[in-house]
Write a protein that binds this ligand. Structure first.
Ligand code: SAM
Length: 250
């Protein structure tokens, strides 16, 4: 899969990528990540890429010339998404959609007060947001998108199962995880996890995932259509009464 990233801070983006699991995946040829400098297409001697907003107001705006120039020179894989708080909000369903794109997709990082609207209107194919807050630039947002997508690519993560057995995999939050020691400062790991009974463990984990989702993210529970009759039974087995309380211990 190929992902092209357009940014004013290519070293920042490359630095993170090379130190993460994505760097390993790129080195092994599983991912082809290309980082492009938006300044490469600036034409004036100072290589400036921004200008004051028409109509006045604070800050500067990323100008269309260098952005169109950099993208057209690279001919990146489409769709090309502009990162910005007004875009479609990233969630695991969108991450899975992006992971299915071939040959890949591209990301354009804004800066300053934003990007000239003609980029959004005539160059990109859509806009992506990573949440309802404002960052100083699109670089962190691009890295969030790339990392979330990359870990779904076969061979990128050490343990293939983990991407499919975790939060949001089927509309639920993940069950709680524990490791050694079995007793830490008097807080014991639930007995069921040390029982060796894999059927019981599976049902306990399912119950915990359901309880966590019901209590913390009722919106997710509603979005998946509530509980199935089997799931109601699993919750009953684990003594869940439906009231808000801490996860059950066995
Ligand atoms: N003035 C803009 C506004 O009010 O919507 C915010 C511009 S922000 C300071 C600069 C750049 O950061 C944006 O062009 C975008 O690329 C990136 N950015 C900021 N917040 C983001 C978010 N929540 N998701 C994705 N990108 C974001």
């Amino acid at each position: 899969m190929r992902v092209d990233i357009f940014t004013l801070f290519p070293d920042l983006v490359r630095g993170y990528l090379s130190g993460s699991l994505i760097g390993r995946a790129s080195a092994s040829g599983r991912l082809d990540i290309r980082v492009h400098d938006l300044r490469s297409a600036a034409t004036d001697p100072r290589r400036s890429v921004d200008d004051a907003p028409f109509g006045g107001g604070p800050g500067m705006v990323l100008a269309p010339g260098p952005v169109f120039g950099a993208v057209e020179a690279a001919d990146p894989p489409r769709p090309l998404y502009l990162l910005g708080p007004g875009g479609r909000r990233l969630d695991q369903a969108l991450v899975r959609e992006l992971a299915g794109l071939r040959p890949g997709f591209s990301l354009l990082c804004g800066r300053y007060e934003g990007v000239d609207q003609r980029v959004a209107d005539h160059l990109v194919d859509g806009e992506l947001s990573i949440g309802d807050y404002v960052l100083a630039g699109g670089e962190l947002a691009a890295l969030v998108v790339v990392e979330a997508v990359a870990r779904l690519e076969p061979g990128v993560m050490g343990n293939e199962a983990s991407a499919w057995d975790e939060s949001f995999a089927d509309g639920l939050l993940e069950y709680p995880q524990y490791t050694r020691p079995g007793d830490f400062r008097g807080w014991a790991v639930p007995e069921v996890l040390r029982s060796g009974d894999h059927g019981r463990i599976r049902r306990w984990r399912r119950a915990q995932a359901l309880i966590r989702t019901l209590e913390r993210r009722p919106d997710l529970m509603r979005a998946r259509g509530g509980l199935s009759p089997d799931e109601v039974q699993i919750l009953e087995e684990h003594g869940y009464s439906g009231e808000a309380h801490s996860p059950l211990q066995e």
